[in-house]
Design a protein around this ligand. Sequence first.
Ligand code: DGP
Length: 121
Amino acid sequence: MSDVLNFDETCLFCKIIKGDIPSAKVYEDALCYAFRDINPQAPTHILVVPKAHIRSVAEISANNEALVGHMFTVIAKIAREEGLEEGGYRVVSNCGPDACQSVPHLHFHILGGAKMAEGMA
Ligand code: DGP
């Protein structure tokens, strides 16, 4: 987990993690932070981010795969606690310009609380 101490002073999500920009916190531990999306696209829309500044899925490697695995454990825990397990939910990570990634800090969207349209996976 050599990326854990990375921090980018210009990054919006690094500033949110540090508390310099307010957010509606859902969960936090030593490795990751979760908060409600400012522009929700579902009744429940939560972002899970690593505290380390990893730019996207494209930067996942052997150096941080344990961290990413931990993030998925956290995603399942949050989904349970938010009451999404029975109805189901979607986990999305946009990677790069074709996927319209707008914040270059790895994040997983948890979307749930209503039936979604089919398509786009
Ligand atoms: P993406 O487009 O996949 O890079 O998702 C970035 C998400 O981040 C988008 O759904 C909106 C959200 N977002 C952007 N700025 C802020 C902010 O300042 N606060 C919160 N809570 N969410 C933000």
